[in-house]
Design a protein around this ligand. Structure first.
Ligand code: UTP
Length: 408
């Protein structure tokens, strides 16, 4: 892209300020900036002007979960179906590790965080150990896709390679990078993080399937006969991955997606809950849950919106291909964004100072026809590490790991 074309594009979207240091840059830096401007979707930034419209929800009604007693009754048959699907090579695992983990406050990829006490025990290692349990149980290596972003890709690959993938077979591991999106101030103006570089952040965890496709990995999926993708978050160190019983239940119920859920520990707990929205599966975020929905009861007299998602889903791959032509709604998230101030100095803010623009996995679910919410025991499968201390923290996750017999 030439300077003139870039300038025109920026002017069209009111972003011409990003070129203000252009003449101070070396020719390599100039070229890099022009390429970045070419690749940045500036039209999305217009959307922060009508934020209310973006969050509009349809009509919410309950979606029954498969609860623990039903799972227990069918455990043997579900597990057998799941084990067979794994042994037939139909299941792959996808780790979403492109996030910035800003709440944890470390510059390294979150998976590199060491939670060991008497020995090293990294978050990545916990996840690999959990997946290895199923590899051993089924005698089958499971293809393991790992999503990173520009911000943490090199560090992630270096770390995992140096640790020899914590015993996972290298030929079953596939890395791919997610796309980035520009980050702006509250009026939608793109921040600069260097004189020749727009501020960007990963475009949310909902872009994973498109990014897998862009990286050419759907060819691996096809070649290997993979039919189901179990995506999971980097920060839940207790979760079961490629869990045969969960896989079997989703297949037995003929759903195109299964969602692991936990019973909420309080009506106002800060988790998204499974529901139907205009008759289709959906997730209503805790901040969207009205008083009325919070107190609603189902036919058994239990709270109707009582099962929170834990970002562990089993997607039918064919069903996802059907979504590739459409687009996902955009979520605008307040974040702390490092930026160049008027004097051209880099500032790392202590408080949120603008917006990131993200696609979220939960919107993929709403575009699919059927979803099975599958209850898991939270003390056994839900130990997210979001913060350093307090709720969903290193401390709380360590306590839960110990409770489950993991030596730290
Ligand atoms: P979070 O919602 O906790 O976001 O991600 P985050 O960016 O990692 O953390 P904070 O909010 O800055 O502290 C939930 C999961 O989705 C992944 C994360 O890596 C984590 O596994 N994720 C999130 C991505 O893979 N890409 C993204 O763009 C965002």
């Amino acid at each position: 892209m030439t300077f003139e074309v870039a300038k025109q594009k920026c002017e069209e979207y009111g972003q011409e300020h990003v070129l203000r240091y252009y003449n101070e840059l070396s020719s390599t830096e100039q070229e890099a900036l022009l390429t970045q401007i070419e690749q940045t979707d500036m039209s999305i930034l217009e959307k922060c002007k009508n934020m209310e419209e973006l969050v509009k929800k349809g009509e919410i009604s309950p979606l029954a979960a498969m609860e623990l007693d039903e799972i227990e009754t069918n455990k043997e048959s579900f597990t057998a179906i799941g084990i067979k699907a794994i042994q037939d090579g139909k299941i792959a695992a996808v780790l979403l590790a492109g996030g910035m983990g800003t709440r944890l406050g470390s510059d390294d990829p979150k998976g590199m965080y060491n939670i060991g006490e008497t020995k090293d025990l990294y978050i990545f290692e916990c996840l690999v150990n959990n997946l290895m349990d199923v590899v051993k149980q089924t005698g089958t290596w499971i293809h393991f896709f790992i999503m990173t972003s520009d911000k943490n890709n090199d560090a992630t690959i270096k770390f995992l390679t140096e640790h020899e993938f914590f015993g996972y077979k290298a030929e079953y591991i596939h890395f791919f990078k997610q796309e980035m999106a520009a980050a702006t101030d509250y009026s939608g103006k793109i921040y600069l993080e260097e004189k020749g570089k727009l501020s960007t952040s990963p475009n949310g965890n909902g872009g994973w399937f498109v990014s897998m496709k862009n990286a050419g990995l759907l060819e691996v999926v096809k070649r290997e006969g993979i039919e189901w993708l179990n995506i999971f978050a980097v920060d839940n160190v207790l979760q079961r991955i490629a869990d045969p019983c969960f896989i079997g239940a989703t297949l037995a119920r003929n759903c195109v997606v299964g969602a692991k859920v936990v019973r909420k520990n309080a009506p106002d707990e800060k988790v998204g809950v499974m529901c139907l929205e205009d008759g289709r599966p959906s997730i209503v975020e805790y901040y969207e849950l009205t008083e009325e929905l919070m107190n609603a009861k189902d036919t058994k007299g239990d709270p109707a919106y009582n099962f929170g998602v834990i970002l562990n889903y089993l997607f039918n791959e064919k069903a996802l291909e059907g979504l590739l032509d459409g687009s996902l709604p955009l979520h605008i998230v307040e974040k702390k964004i490092p930026y160049l101030n008027e004097a051209g100095e880099l500032v790392k803010p202590e408080e949120p100072n603008g917006y990131k623009y993200e696609n979220l996995v939960l919107d993929m679910i709403h575009q699919l026809d059927t979803c099975l919410p599958y209850e898991v025991v939270r003390e056994r499968e839900f130990a997210p590490i979001k913060n350093k201390t307090g709720v969903d923290s290193v401390e709380s996750a360590k306590a839960l790991l110990k409770q489950n017999g993991v030596v730290l």
